[in-house]
Design a protein around this ligand. Structure first.
Ligand code: HPA
Length: 278
């Protein structure tokens, strides 16, 4: 498949038939964090399956809808349900959502995810504002012919998690009842949770949390120079931290427990994004 500019433009042309404005902020909702979507005012909902050249969600806790509307006075586009490599998608396909956001005119991307806490000072329900990531799989979503219209072949990622947005996110966590840390997210392909030995290795390497998403989208945003904020919800202590098996029920239960606070938190950040010089 040739991922040319025209390929992504086809999705955008379809979407623009339904949406009469440019969204300022693009938000990707992670596993079990979908309820934020219900807080979007004047929603315009488009099913992924109807969008030409888009992908579809195969995970039960991911709704598979693109929702446009207003949050805290700002026009947003929100992905309720994201795409992962463990669903069978190639890394190269995982550039699609963020490139569509870019062509729609979004100025900022906010990625959210559920993650396992590697840092033993973190607790389930805490937030981690991602400062950097580790991805040792070797694969890159930017592999293959470079689409120059989005960005250069070789690109810098030293400040890809925009420092000013990270500061804003930490500040916004005050008075929300959420405890926010700043830390490093390490990507594992899944769908199995990690082994305890992998988690010990991740900790030695400098990871504070682990998860199965986000880095492909983050690298796509970095490639096209889009300011980026990434928020991880610690839904569980990572494998082997506690003397008990991991189960997805725990991930879902923690996400459910904080979904209202988390939705309010994300809305607060969206409302104050104009304060940040980008
Ligand atoms: N590992 C990987 N992905 C996750 C985890 C985890 O422990 N929790 C939620 N998503």
């Amino acid at each position: 498949m040739a991922y040319t500019l025209e390929y992504f433009q086809k999705s955008v042309d379809y979407i623009c038939r339904f949406v009469p404005y440019t969204p300022e902020v693009a938000i990707v909702l992670g596993s079990c964090l979908g309820p934020f979507a219900d807080t979007i005012e004047d929603p315009i909902v488009i099913d992924y399956k109807d969008i030409p050249n888009f992908l579809v969600s195969t995970v039960e806790s991911h709704a598979g809808k693109l929702i446009f509307g207003t949050v805290a006075g700002k026009k947003v586009v929100c992905m309720s349900g994201r795409f992962h490599s463990y669903e069978g998608y190639d890394f190269e396909q995982l550039v699609i959502p963020v490139r569509v956001f870019k062509l729609l005119g979004a100025k900022v991307t906010i990625l959210t995810n559920a993650a396992g806490a590697v840092n033993t000072a973190y607790r389930p329900g805490d937030i981690m504002v991602v400062s950097d990531h580790i991805k040792l799989t070797g694969a890159s979503p930017l592999r293959g012919p470079n689409v120059e219209e989005f960005g250069p072949r070789f690109f810098d990622v030293t400040r890809m998690y925009t420092p000013a947005l990270r500061r804003l996110a930490l500040e916004c966590a005050e008075d929300t009842g959420l405890k926010a840390h700043e830390g490093v997210y390490m990507f594992f392909t899944g769908p199995q949770f990690e082994t305890p030995a992998e988690i010990r290795a991740a900790r030695i390497l400098g990871a504070d949390a682990v998860g199965m998403s986000t880095v492909t989208e983050a690298l796509t945003a970095a490639h096209c120079g889009m300011p980026l904020l990434c928020l991880s919800v610690m839904t569980n202590m990572a494998a082997g931290v506690l003397d008990e098996p991991l189960c997805n029920g725990e991930v879902e239960a923690t996400a459910k427990m904080i979904e209202d606070k988390f939705s309010g938190y994300v809305a607060k950040i969206v409302g104050r994004i104009g304060e940040v010089a980008l």
